[in-house]
Design a protein around this ligand. Structure first.
Ligand SMILES: [Zn+2]
Length: 346
């Protein structure tokens, strides 16, 4: 089996497209839309093998999708819009259960890094320690490739935390001026791990440093730090004479443990925009029409039901319009593609 993962028409955000690399010349059978991005997966000829080997995650995902679908039709993913923190795509030729499982995996099963322990040294702000610790936990941290770049603390042999399973951050802000001051995520500084530490009892023999080499430069930093176009997350407001000094330990986790580890701020999908399957026939509050409103964009993708069209009792939804928005800890392409490796491999 072979497949291709192809994209065309991409112009605005070239930096986030590494997963979708492909050549236009290989593309076939996919309608070009102006300004839209398209990811088409066809499972056809051997000449696509070279491309599939460049994108093993995509291969695995599509392979699984095809086997779940019974192999009747080729599952396709068509990206309609791809931005730095969100992606809109159409998934076709899979069943509703698969589409929903994809949504749930993206929300709760993709590992990221988040602050998990806080040691407060000085807190003379108006907020109690627990309040501040909770707010710190919810700050999104850059978690690219967290799967390989950091260990789960529970899998590590260290007693509490170490550079292989944790990221250390510090914050120390004091207000000396006569006006209100904001303490934000930009005040959090990552303590760089000491690469020359002797391993001692850290990890198993042969494992040393493997994770550290797979980290991006700003791994564990608050999302948007140093980016003037992105407003920081407000932690607390202080006035003259107040001070906050603390140390945080960020760890890897998934959102099944705590929502702070979710890379997504919103994941949704729609199907059957014209309600051809008549979901509201037997249950509605006021009107069966208004309670399944036609969405503007997705309504154009499918033909509305004609008045003389007979109802198909055996029809099943097979086209799903996804909208995935991330909090910045991971890019949308990583969230979508991680599904395959993380959960559909076994
Ligand atoms: Zn450790």
């Amino acid at each position: 089996m072979s497949l291709s993962v192809l994209e065309h028409g991409v112009s605005e955000t070239p930096s986030v497209n590494s997963e979708f690399e492909a050549a236009d010349s290989y593309h076939r059978g996919c309608k070009r839309r102006e300004g839209a991005k398209t990811l088409d997966a066809s499972l056809a000829s051997p000449r696509y093998l070279a491309i599939s080997s460049q994108s093993p995650r995509a291969f695995l995902l599509l392979h699984t999708m095809q086997s779940l679908n019974g192999g009747d039709l080729e599952p396709t993913v068509r990206i309609r819009e791809l931005k730095k923190d969100r992606v809109n795509f159409v998934l076709e030729n899979v069943d509703l259960a698969f589409a929903n499982s994809l949504r749930r995996v993206m929300m709760a099963d993709i590992p990221t890094v988040a602050i998990d322990m806080v040691v407060i040294e000085i807190n003379t702000t108006v907020l109690p320690d627990e309040f501040i610790a909770h707010r710190l936990g919810m700050i999104p941290l850059v978690s690219s490739n967290a799967e390989e770049a950091i260990r789960y603390n529970r899998d590590c042999t260290c007693p509490v935390s170490c550079k292989y399973c944790s990221i250390d951050l510090v914050l120390h802000v004091a207000c000396h001026e006569g006006k209100t001051m904001d303490i934000t995520s930009n005040h959090l500084d990552v303590i760089a791990p000491n690469m020359f530490d002797t391993p001692d009892d850290q990890g198993e023999v042969g494992d040393y440093g493997e994770e550290l080499t797979k980290r991006v430069e700003n791994f564990g930093h608050p999302v948007g730090k140093g980016d003037p176009s992105m407003p920081p997350v407000l932690i607390c407001k202080i006035r003259k004479g107040q001070e906050l000094k603390l140390k945080c330990i960020a760890k890897k986790g998934i959102a099944k443990e705590h929502a702070k580890w979710s890379p997504c701020s919103a994941v949704s999908f729609e199907y059957d925009p014209h309600n051809k399957l008549r979901h509201t026939t037997y249950w509605f509050e006021n009107s069966s029409k208004t309670e399944w409103p036609v969405s503007e964009l997705n309504g154009k993708e499918e033909e509305p039901e004609r008045d003389d069209e007979a109802f198909d009792f055996n029809a099943k939804p097979n086209r799903f319009y996804f909208e995935v928005e991330t909090d910045g800890s991971l890019g949308p392409q990583e969230v979508v593609m991680k599904n395959s490796k993380q959960n559909w491999q076994t």
